[in-house]
Design a protein around this ligand. Sequence first.
Ligand SMILES: Nc1nc2c(ncn2[C@@H]2O[C@H](COP(=O)(O)OP(=O)(O)OP(=O)(O)O)[C@@H](O)[C@H]2O)c(=O)[nH]1
Ligand SMILES: [Mg+2]
Length: 303
Amino acid sequence: MSDFFPILIHMKCASIAIIGRPSSGKSTLVNTICEGKVSITASTPQTTRNAIRGIYTDQRGQLILTDTPGYHISERMMNLKLQETASLALKETDAVLYVVDALRLPGEEEETIIRLIKSAGTPIVAAVNKTDIASKSLVDQTIEYLASRLPGVPVFPISAKADTGVDEVLIALFALAPEGELLYPEEAYTDQPLEFRIAEMIREQAIALVTEEIPHAIFVEVSDIEYSEADQTVWVRAFINVERETQKGILVGRGGEGIKTIRVQSFKNIKKLFPNKKLQIDLRVKVQPKWRQNNHILTRILS
Ligand SMILES: Nc1nc2c(ncn2[C@@H]2O[C@H](COP(=O)(O)OP(=O)(O)OP(=O)(O)O)[C@@H](O)[C@H]2O)c(=O)[nH]1
Ligand SMILES: [Mg+2]
């Protein structure tokens, strides 16, 4: 008899849609799970605008996590498109990871999201986030609320930022995952195109610089990535688009200080994408009046 006994390892593979209100910490959670910068984050709500895949692999198998735009009720054109992106992600998934912000008492928006995820009919795991800063009483109230609205759904108190309770969420997700081959290589942590990742890293720093409504008026497009073999340098050219001249003035800043800060801060993250090369980033700010009502632009940047 042969000494060789094949070991049958039943790997699991599941796609998970991450759903929740704006600013509940969905993108922070994806980054913590995937141990990399998959999705940009900000203290202002409605940061994520696309379905963004993060990939987590360990000896149990693979979870393909789809970060989605925060679900916000509004009839504005851009918001309707963001809602559609979140709803679509629910259709192509094995399970939903529902992230609830313990700092904000549930309201109409939470009720809408619960209706939406229930109607999708896929298994749900819920995470009550920001337990590192929320009081115990707020966390308990949120857990109670979820138990009453989603009976039978496992609920985990977590901190996406401090990485507590996240392992328990992974155990619950793998428990729901079907057996299957890995869809991505083990070392992959996202599948986003390079141009998109760079544009997002620039947008993150532009958002960090401004307040009020301006973060929502920004979109970034990379026009060009060029590699020069001779001097081992990657050239990135990108446009930060805003809706008004006044917003442009704020982003550029006095003597160009604003745009310089965005370039220097985003450089740190973008450089990690080109570890052995030199990097040059050329940033311009451009005014695109009322782009949020322009179907052509919205379709291009939100698809
Ligand atoms: N203290 C604390 N802050 C957190 C935690 N998770 C997220 N945050 C913060 O909450 C803010 C929003 O986080 P994001 O991850 O961008 O939230 P999001 O749900 O992806 O938001 P949208 O993309 O707008 O829907 C950021 O300032 C995060 O640093 C947490 O566990 N604890
Ligand atoms: Mg987000």
